[in-house]
Design a binder for this molecule. Sequence first.
Ligand SMILES: [Zn+2]
Length: 441
Amino acid sequence: MIWNEEIETMDRGALVALQSERLSKLAAYVYERVPHYKQAFDEAGVSPAEIKSVDDVTKLPFTTKEQMRDSYPFKMFAVPMDQVIRTHASSGTTGKPTVVGYTRNDIDMWAECVARCFGMSGAKPGDIFQNAYGYGLFTGGLGMHYGAELMGLNTIPVSGGNTARQMLLLQDFQTNLMACTPSYALTLADALNGDGVDPADLPVRSFILGAEPWTEVMREEIEAKLHAHAVNIYGLSEILGPGVSNECIEAKDGMHLMEDHFLCEIIDPETGEPVAEGEVGELVITTLTKEAIPLIRYRTKDLCSINTEKCVCGRTHARMSRVLGRADDMLIIRGVNVFPSQIEATMLGMEELSPHYKLILTRKDRLDALEIQPEVSEDFFREVDGLDGLKNSPKAKALTQEITKMMRESLLVGATVTLIPPGSAPRSEGGKIKRLEDQRS
Ligand SMILES: [Zn+2]
């Protein structure tokens, strides 16, 4: 079902007009109430009166996570503390957490966004919803909870973990929808099978999955194992929590953004300039209606693209692609932005390859050159008779050519491809995998 037919299927012209009106009000609101923004607007030489339409958004300064951290705990709040009815915080990997507050209107707006997500995920009032997102300072649990109650779902606040209990409730409470992380959905599938429960016999129709990056290959696996839809939900605590965007089950092709509340841009993370529609870049969000912590052009560091074509489900709000990586990981090769995650996605699922690879960047005649070294699978290595065959056999040459062609099409920049034997690409050792060798300097 479409939860809010009037807004979600709104004519795009009217939607943009609504965004413009809200942006103009927001600029005056933050300038007046948040010292950080008064200073940032003044430094950028922009006055709130100049902000009349969405096209003026690029005149405004960006907001970064570092600035939010520097405002710890409440310096970015735009309302007196007695109007704040909830505070969440994201766990910082280093130092102090990022704190976000919500007024009553903010909580209502959040619930409205999440109710729309439930509609997109195939829910209807009266369904039973098992919420396996964590409850606490993390926005996941309570964020989903209020949206579910708003829609009229029977909401089970089981929180994360405890697989035995999750399985018991799935069967005994006859759960229709469940929210958790994609990796936990797979854990659950294996546990059900291990217990002799066939997920096909359960009435669960949709798994709403988020809070970590995942892929189309994982979706296929989850849907096949759990006999249910697996849809992607996106959000971040600085902006709202879950509910910034969600896939519809009709298309499963990008997540509908709640554009009446969030003005979204895709920028080149290096230059800060907008990229052409459909191109991958960093997602930047301006909260159009938040009262407690409104944010102007927040740099999410999440890399994705946005598509404004009308969707088969009837919704008109733009769709963002899966998050393809983090802006910090971007490489610039001969002026083209390249993301390791694009390289990974291109090779994913090729049975001749292992999931591991190495990248080498060099500079020849002042031109950057990228070498991709995919690791072949044990089977392929045996088929070509080892190292020599990997270099010289027709089979290996054909595979090299195929990957080179695929990379050119997906990266829009040429790269050389060299197959390497199993076990020779870097592996994770508990932390970040160092796949890139930059030999340019
Ligand atoms: Zn749709």
